[in-house]
Write a protein that binds this ligand. Structure first.
Ligand code: GRG
Length: 308
């Protein structure tokens, strides 16, 4: 066990129960934050809600909540961020599934947004979710330092999903390296950008909104970067080893489409080992939190052992 993260058998923290409870709270909050389905024009609001509530582990919002808990942040405020993260994530999934990108028929165990509502509405539902997410962030109640923190978080989040090392950069390379030669550095960059940067920001934006000092923020950034990369490595492994029922989407597509992945370069067991090592390094980074970091550490472990 990592330094500073103590557990006794009697009060052993159950990650499954924690994930379930947080997911329910995040979902209830998403329901109140999203426009009702019948809001005019109905079809786009229906499509936004269809994709958001199709399922999903809610890893990014739960990481934000757990980070907030670890530093005694304001839960009401963190829930704004948590919901904004899930809306942005769902938007990225809708666009990722489009025929022009990964061309998938199933996501979260249901038809993809464009297969259900058509491409035009799916694009607009994705745009709508992202726009709503940023609106939500601007609506975080302000007191004292919060206005400054909000601006810093907006900037951090835009960087994480942008074209310079963020999600869009990763997705561009994910598309353009398909079927081409690539190196270990290429695949690390793609994974860090496409998936890692946003997971990293889910942790660090929560810490920033909670007003942590710059030294702690750096540690959260490192923790987030490690688990973010591990998350995508495990995602690659699951694409090869899991079933449609567990994944909620079609497995085996990375191989068929000659995508740049860790298992393609290093094999499945070495990729798993690398993900586990990254998670252990991440947990060491938050050792300074002591027992308050226990939930975050368990979430990190969940990322390396997850089966879905
Ligand atoms: C600017 C955010 C943004 C997007 C535009 C389309 C696009 C550019 C990027 C796609 C990025 C993408 C879909 C990366 C894959 C990330 C990933 C591992 C998704 C699966 O996440 P899970 O397992 O899914 O958390 P659930 O369904 O559980 O939420």
């Amino acid at each position: 066990m990592a330094a500073g993260v103590n557990r006794s058998e009697s009060n052993r923290f159950e990650i499954r129960d924690y994930l379930d409870a947080q997911r329910k709270e995040v979902d209830a909050q998403l329901d109140t934050f999203l426009p009702p389905a019948e809001t005019h024009p109905r079809i786009v609001h229906e499509a936004m809600r269809y994709s958001v509530f199709a399922g999903g582990k809610r890893v990014r919002p739960i990481l934000a909540v757990a980070t907030g808990e670890a530093v005694e942040g304001d839960r009401e405020i963190i829930l704004y961020l948590a919901c904004a993260l899930e809306l942005i994530h769902t938007y990225s999934l809708i666009h990722d599934d489009l025929p022009a990108m990964d061309d998938d028929d199933y996501r979260r165990g249901n038809l993809t947004c464009h297969r259900k509502y058509g491409e035009g509405i799916a694009i607009l539902a994705g745009n709508g979710l992202m726009t709503h997410a940023f609106r939500l962030l601007t609506e975080i109640p302000e007191n004292g330092e919060m206005q400054k923190r909000k601006l810093a978080v907006l900037n951090r989040l835009c960087t994480a999903i942008g074209t310079e090392g963020g999600v869009i950069a990763g997705q561009v390379l994910d598309l353009t390296t398909q079927g081409k030669e690539y190196t270990a550095q290429d695949v690390e960059y793609i994974h860090q950008a496409k998936t890692g940067a946003f997971i990293q920001a889910s942790v660090s934006c929560s810490a920033q909104l909670s007003g942590v000092d710059s030294g702690s923020l750096r540690r959260f950034e490192t923790f987030g970067a490690r688990i973010g990369l591990a998350f995508q490595i495990v995602d690659d492994v699951l694409d090869l080893t899991s079933t449609t029922a567990d994944l909620g989407k079609t497995p085996g597509k990375d191989l068929a489409e000659e995508k740049a992945t860790y298992p393609a370069l290093f094999g499945i067991s070495e990729s798993r080992r690398m993900a586990t090592q990254l998670v252990e390094e991440a947990i060491l980074e938050i050792g300074f939190l002591g027992e308050r970091g226990e939930k975050l550490a368990e979430l990190a472990r969940f990322i390396s052992v997850r089966r879905f």
